[in-house]
Write a protein that binds this ligand. Structure first.
Ligand code: IVH
Length: 676
């Protein structure tokens, strides 16, 4: 064969390999199977052996141990690994503290003590210790289920194998951050974009010897499951971690008041560049464990903690184009395509422009020179543009009033709460009638919290859509694998893998199913509430009847907005058809009714007046945790009316008339005490 053709062929293979590496490392979304990857790697190496003139610095023969394994055992976390909500400015902190004070029903001058810890930008890990010995180490995974990376974690010197210090709980999982020091990162060849990627790549190596080559560090900061812990606060826990032999962050502090939090924030932000590890913010945790327990969690983040993010890195680049993306709910989002620019170690080529109003307010135009900010995992955005550098031909950007995908008119919803029109413009078509919305709906359908179909990434959805392989969610379950195996980048094995992943999800819980439908305003939490209330798909389908839907108002957390959206959803024939077709293929598991065996089993409660030392929200959550329920209408069926300060007299009168037991807060607390 001609040398030129051979070289072209060889470089094509190398560039394919790089594409797969990128998908695997940077996006954590592999696009081919392990065996196909290995096959390609072997082909390249064989080529090089046969034709010695073939060389590339990106050859897999030069880069060793690049490909980590996907084959780690999956293990459920006994206590989920939560994430943190973010705060960016003082106001966010004020609101955070206000929410806590309200929830705990404390006076506004109540002083909250915080454990204040730098937020290291690494990879979190959970280390299970039994009787003082390190047994299993897990990655965070999706927060509920992680990967067993014990052997790799064992190579990290900062992780003690045996705990000798006193008072170490009989069983505990210690959680913290795995990271690489900036100085060590500099010594590595430039295989990784930033220290975080290096830590992540190294932790997921198949061979622990590869992990060992990269000097990883571990800093401990919290715990998950534990037996018999005798510690009362986070700062006390951190002190103990130190005594037990774990590394803790030398910049940890105990601070009271937002003013002092802000002072410390400024101090660390300045100090940031001098540190030998990357931090992207500071974590504030309510110090007292008792209060943490009372505060509990919202969705997947605790109420008692927040991450105060540092201001972003920024860069300057040219806006090449403004594209309109259409989301799953029809929202038209303008995105600036910018000349690729490296911002803090990440190459940025897109920046969100949020909405039409934002473009108008900043008068952002194609061709403008813009400053782009990027903060951690938040999508980059444009902060300002340089009007002076604008060319003569620069024209105002005209936002489309018709959906660029299906041509339908666009609308701005009237917001019932703000009494204003939304800033977001939406396609007025009915979901599957608009091509772009359909594609986004299918991406959502296969996504992690919905059907969680492994290996079915966004690019694949787009590709299959363009090839007419899928148009509606039900098509996913009757794919033509004969066609798929012959597609570019596919093969018999990867087609079989996809089939396997899809078949695995034919058994699905009702809550995932409802969430997967992508009804506007029905996120994970609301889907859970609906499925717990409705139990079966049949009952869910009955919501298409007007009289049934209003029953949903009894579910706490479901309001007018959600009901309006569900009504709208069921008015559309395609939506009903999708559910019916899916019902023929899938086995949708009935949802378990909420645990009904607590001490308040079958008991209903109602409050009137202000309670002391506890907010309504916490009181309600306490009743529900003990299997009781709160009702909003007073009737004979009500078991207890709990009376606080300044009650509504009418409620007490009716309760008396109906023979409902009337109790005060002390009696109610006693009932709660009895339960433990
Ligand atoms: S506490 C429920 N403490 O931040 C509390 N997290 O967005 C959850 N992180 O996944 C974690 N430093 O990887 C906590 N001192 C610290 C932390 C910290 C870094 C990371 C961690 C977590 C993420 C949450």
């Amino acid at each position: 064969m001609d040398e030129k053709i051979l070289k072209k062929e060889y470089l094509k293979k190398i560039s394919r390999l790089q594409k797969y590496n990128l998908a695997y490392y940077d996006k954590s979304k592999p696009i081919i199977s392990d065996s196909e990857y290995d096959k390609l790697k072997k082909e390249i190496i064989d080529f090089e052996k046969k034709y010695s003139f073939l060389k590339s610095s990106n050859s897999p023969s030069l880069i060793v141990g690049f490909k980590p394994s996907k084959n780690f055992k999956k293990v459920k976390h006994k206590v989920p690994m939560l994430s943190l909500s973010n705060a960016f400015e003082e106001e966010d902190l004020i609101n955070f503290e206000k929410r806590i004070i309200n929830y705990l029903d404390k006076k506004s001058d109540f002083k909250i003590e915080y454990s204040v810890e730098p937020k290291i930008d690494g990879i979190s890990a959970s280390l299970i210790y039994k009787k003082g010995r390190f047994i299993t180490g897990l990655s965070r995974g999706d927060g509920k289920e992680g990967e067993d990376i014990t052997e790799n974690l064992k190579t990290i010197n900062d992780i003690p194998n045996k705990i000798l210090g006193k008072n170490f709980p009989e069983e505990i999982d210690i959680r913290g951050e795995v990271f690489i020091k900036n100085s060590d990162f500099k010594k590595l060849s430039n295989k990784f974009a930033n220290p975080r990627n290096a830590a992540s790549g190294s932790l997921r190596q198949k061979n622990p010897d590869e992990t060992k080559k990269i000097p990883l560090k571990f800093i401990a900061y919290t715990f998950g499951f534990q037996k018999n812990i005798q510690i009362k606060s986070q700062t006390e826990f951190l002190e103990n971690l130190d005594k037990w032999g774990f590394k803790i962050n030398p910049f940890n502090k105990k601070i009271t008041s937002i003013k002092n939090l802000l002072e410390n924030y400024k101090y660390l932000e300045q100090k940031r560049d001098e540190l030998d590890f990357d931090i992207d913010g500071i974590v504030y945790k309510v110090n007292n464990f008792e209060l943490q327990k009372r505060l509990g969690n919202v969705a997947n983040a605790p109420r008692w903690a927040i991450a105060h993010k540092f201001s972003a890195n920024s860069g300057v680049s040219k806006i090449l184009n403004i594209e309109i993306q259409i989301g799953r709910t029809g929202a038209l989002t303008p995105v600036a395509k910018i000349k690729p620019v490296n911002i803090g170690g990440v190459v940025v080529s897109n920046a969100t422009l949020h909405n039409e109003d934002e473009i108008k307010r900043k008068d952002i135009r194609i061709g403008d020179i813009a400053t782009i900010e990027r903060a951690g995992d938040v999508i980059p955005h444009i902060t300002s543009i340089e009007v002076k550098k604008r060319g003569k031909n620069s024209k105002k950007f005209i936002f489309p009033i018709k959906c660029p995908s299906c041509g339908s008119s666009t609308i701005k919803d009237f917001n019932l709460i703000t009494k204003k029109n939304d800033a977001v413009r939406r396609c007025s078509s009915e979901g599957y009638e608009c091509e772009k919305i359909s594609i986004e709906k299918i991406k959502h359908f296969v996504s992690k919290d919905a059907f969680n179909i492994e290996g079915f990434g966004k690019k694949i959805v787009e590709n299959f859509w363009n090839l007419n392989l899928i148009k509606l969610p039900q098509d996913i379950f009757s794919l033509d694998y004969n066609k798929i195996k012959d597609l570019d980048g596919w093969g018999t094995q990867s087609a079989a893998n996809l089939k396997y992943s899809i078949d695995l999800r034919k058994d699905i819980s009702l809550e995932r199913f409802i969430y997967a439908l992508g009804i506007r305003h029905i996120g994970l939490e609301n889907a859970k509430l609906l499925s717990k209330h409705l139990i079966t798909l049949k009952k869910f389908l009955e919501l298409s009847k007007v009289d049934k839907i209003n029953e949903l108002l009894n579910i706490d957390g479901i309001g007018e907005t959600q009901i309006k959206s569900i009504k709208h959803f069921f008015l559309n024939k395609t939506n009903l058809n999708v559910i019916n077709e899916l019902n023929k293929i899938l086995s949708i598991k009935e949802s378990k009714a909420i645990e009904k065996n607590g001490p308040f089993k079958d008991q209903t409660f109602m409050f009137t007046g202000k309670l002391n030392g506890i907010s309504r929200a916490e009181a309600k959550s306490l009743i529900e945790q003990n299997s009781g329920s709160i009702v909003s209408n007073i009737s004979k069926k009500l078991n207890y009316l709990i009376v606080g300060e300044k009650p509504t007299k009418r409620k007490i009168d009716i309760a008396n008339e109906l023979g409902v037991k009337i109790i005060n807060q002390t009696v109610w607390f006693k009932m709660l005490d009895k339960r433990s």
